[in-house]
Design a binder for this molecule. Sequence first.
Ligand code: GLV
Ligand code: MN
Ligand code: MN
Length: 430
Amino acid sequence: MEQARGERARTVAESAQDHVDGERLRRAIAQLAAFGGREDGGVSRQTLTDIDLQARRHLVERARALGCEVRIDEAANLYFRRPGEQDLPPVLTGSHVDTQPVGGKLDGAYGVLAGLELVEALNDAKVRTARPVEVVCWTNEEGSRFGPGCMGSSAFVDPARLPAYRAAVDGDQVTFGEALDRALQQMADVPRRAMKQPLAGFVELHIEQGPVLERAGVALGVVTGIQSVRWYAVKARGVAAHAGTTPMEVRADAMAACIEVAHRLQAEAAKAAGSGLRLTLGRWVVSPNSINTIPGEVEFTVDARCVDEQVLARFDAGLRTIVAGHAWRGRMELQPLFARAPTRFPQAMLDVMAQACQRASRIAGKPSPIELTSGAFHDAMYLADHCPTAMIFVPSKDGLSHNAAEETAHEDLVLGARALAHAVGWLASA
Ligand code: GLV
Ligand code: MN
Ligand code: MN
């Protein structure tokens, strides 16, 4: 019985893998990239903007044309379901299609489109899996318009998170709740489904967004886990005043104070250089942002990451001391925004990914896959709390992502889609 099931899983996995069509995947990536496409080859499609809603509609129509049942939940996560022989918890794959303010065409989109390519491959192979296969498009993975990131996937795992998320505002004071309601209205023809549904597993295929695979000369990576991350906002309030008339010694210049704190934080990061700590002060909001007015209010964000949670704990303590101890004429406060301990994917799932990647690499005459840790966070980070979860990476040219020039060799994208098809085909049949 066990042996027969194993045989069947292998046949389904190999058939799905062998029916992946690279040219179809190439077309799908180009079509989706047109939504928010920029002249420099990048994509601007921040979450729940008009262009993101149009891109989502395009996906819904494609999924329906493939025979999928389409559903949406309260966080506007979209699910495209290819039914199985039995009504069992599905195997889920997918990622997100929102981008950074200026992003590439692959970050997230690749995982969703490779999922739809898997549905096409199963259809072409005329294969029925025992379990349903679902492709998901998670809402607001990036966290750049509304923070924190991974709102859709983390709300799926724990719906009690959603009310707080709904209150988050973007730079124009639009709430996430308002943007969400608009998205749900636009998808009024799509039946609702509940969040926190049982899943047999989740597999996310993604570009690496870093240099490890390229440096190793390898096309596929089995992701063992995701490093820990903490986000904060530092807010300084001084006094806006005339740039020409206000003597230096009486100023409460919020920008000058923040620059000094930023230098001290960079020095902390330099001291911890060997520990793998990564520090980014990525968003600065300066008010009134005028050439001849002393900045009265400044807010900047802090993104700290490390594989070692202890390093982040030490950085956290240093950050608190630096902000609380900064002497100037104004006020400064630290607001923690988001924290996640490292994620470790289960060994049984890593074995399924390795088997899928090995076969795809062998047939393509490529070196064997390697294991690596993800430097970026992903929706899989939250799904790992809910069901057996894993990720597969393909290389990023020059390790570049969150950049219009983000690129991956097409043959590597096809290989990744083949690995995904094998892994999901296996899990949906074993
Ligand atoms: C996701 O985009 C991240 O910042 O890791
Ligand atoms: Mn992503
Ligand atoms: Mn991203």
